[in-house]
Design a protein around this ligand. Structure first.
Ligand code: CO
Length: 449
């Protein structure tokens, strides 16, 4: 019998620097490590999607498509992987189907091998178009379940969801724990029970934010997980992933293969150690993100959401209301049918909770995003929202969307293409403009000067 193998996806080019330093690694920073990354023995390099696209045009003055093509051209053994928010693509709102199709098609044509798709509400209808397109263009469709905790988000809830995404044609399954709140024993239970009904690979993705992730990975490995998301040591821990090297040695002790070459990992650690020092010195990597913050476990909300609220209250000179806002969050979440606290829902629930406390009257002020959510424009809430509450927020006249939200968006790629005809030189450029109309246009105009 062949030895068991657990494969690795390295996150240093996407989630790790997104989590630790606002996604500011430039291509020049990491280009000399691409050969090493390719030789290390990873299954894939997570290197695109999420905030990388945004940061490229906003701060780094890099064409995100060109960045992807350059990365791809240096890899002979290792797949490229991206993160996609389903119908939201890289943004915070739903795009029409033709835009989603074009974006997925061109991501794959420019070099993406594995597309990890998820929806913030775990509404699988928001995954349909992207999954279909990923498969049509021959890439691996990995579907992620967005992990959260609430009275309805039980292990059974996630098992049902996993069955649904398998039916949709997932090639592999990811458990995506954005805020490091998946506990070791829950991860064991979840992975063990998923592996009972499917042979598909299961991948675990967590963050060290609360101090749990290494233990959570260990228990997931014991339960039969196939792939782990890790970051090379200098870019690991804190709000990032567990260290690649540590998980490798853990497996080695158990006689499980990792496929990784330790000497290459050492060279990579040297390389990224120098980069880390540079960004610690210039302040782009704040030391705050490198520590452990168990507040996520105490309040059951992501760390990033806590620090946002803290800053907002500080700005209003109302820090004394912090605990009250914390107590309000679970109530707002319940009113809204327990949305997972992932972007963009985490910001929306946070803002509503803040408004409820600061104005001294619940739902006196309601942001438009919350109204749209209640109208079903983001998708289905995990639990049906109380009808009286719905009407108290949006009144009687508004129609509520109950089918797939994108059914109500008309195709608009051609319209954008026409709008961008003076500064977009390719279909990729058109998509850059669609994703970020203002910054994208500015970037494209500057690029060609
Ligand atoms: Co992550």
């Amino acid at each position: 019998m062949s030895r068991r193998k657990v494969e690795f996806v390295e996150t240093v080019l996407r989630d790790a620097h997104q989590s630790l330093m606002g996604t500011r690694l430039s291509y020049d920073d990491f280009k000399d490590s691409l050969e090493l990354l390719d030789d290390a023995g990873y299954k894939a390099l997570e290197c695109w999607g999420g905030a990388t696209f945004d940061a490229c045009i906003r701060y780094l003055d890099e064409d995100p498509w060109e960045r992807l093509r350059l990365i791809k051209s240096k890899l002979k053994n290792t797949k490229t992987q991206m993160l996609l928010r389903g119908q939201n693509l890289l943004g915070y709102k739903n795009y029409p189907d033709d835009v989603v199709r074009k974006f997925v098609e061109l991501s794959i044509k420019n070099g993406i091998d594995v597309v990890r798709v998820f929806d913030a509400l775990n509404d699988t209808r928001n995954l349909e178009t992207s999954i279909k397109t990923v498969k049509e263009f021959g890439a691996e469709a990995q579907i992620a379940i967005a992990y959260t905790q609430s009275p309805v988000h039980s292990i059974d809830y996630y098992l049902d969801l996993t069955k649904d995404i398998i039916d949709m044609g997932a090639d592999s399954i990811a458990i995506k724990d954005m805020s490091g709140i998946l506990t070791p024993y829950d991860s064991y239970e979840l992975v063990r029970r998923i592996k009972k009904f499917t042979d598909l690979d299961v991948e675990i993705h967590s963050h060290c934010t609360t101090g749990m992730a290494e233990m959570t990975y260990l228990k997931a490995i014991e339960a039969g997980v196939n792939i782990v998301d890790t970051a090379i040591s200098p870019f690991s821990s804190g709000t990032s992933q567990p260290a690649t090297e540590a998980i490798h040695f853990l497996l080695k002790e158990q006689g499980i293969e990792s496929g990784l070459n330790v000497e290459v990992l050492e060279e990579l650690a040297d390389f990224y150690g120098k980069i880390k020092n540079k960004y610690l010195e210039n302040g782009l990597m704040p030391t705050k993100v490198l520590g452990t913050n168990p507040k996520g476990l105490i309040y059951q909300v992501p760390g990033g959401m806590l620090s946002n609220l803290y800053l907002q209250l500080q700005g209003l000179n109302k820090l004394d209301l912090f605990e009250k806002v914390m107590e309000e969050i679970p109530k707002v979440r319940k009113d809204l049918g327990y949305p997972p606290l992932v972007t963009p829902m985490s910001q929306m629930v946070g803002t509503q909770s803040l408004f409820n406390i600061v104005t001294g009257q619940r739902y006196k002020m309601v942001p438009n995003e919350i109204k749209d959510y209640i109208k079903g424009k983001y998708g289905k809430s995990p639990v049906k929202i109380d009808e009286d509450f719905v009407r108290s927020i949006i009144g009687d006249a508004n129609d509520i969307i109950v089918d797939r939200p994108a059914n109500h968006l008309k195709d608009s790629y051609q319209e954008f293409k026409e709008e961008a005809k003076d500064f977009a030189k390719s279909e990729e450029d058109v998509l850059t403009y669609i994703m970020f109309p203002e910054e994208g246009k500015k970037f494209l105009l500057n690029r060609d000067k």
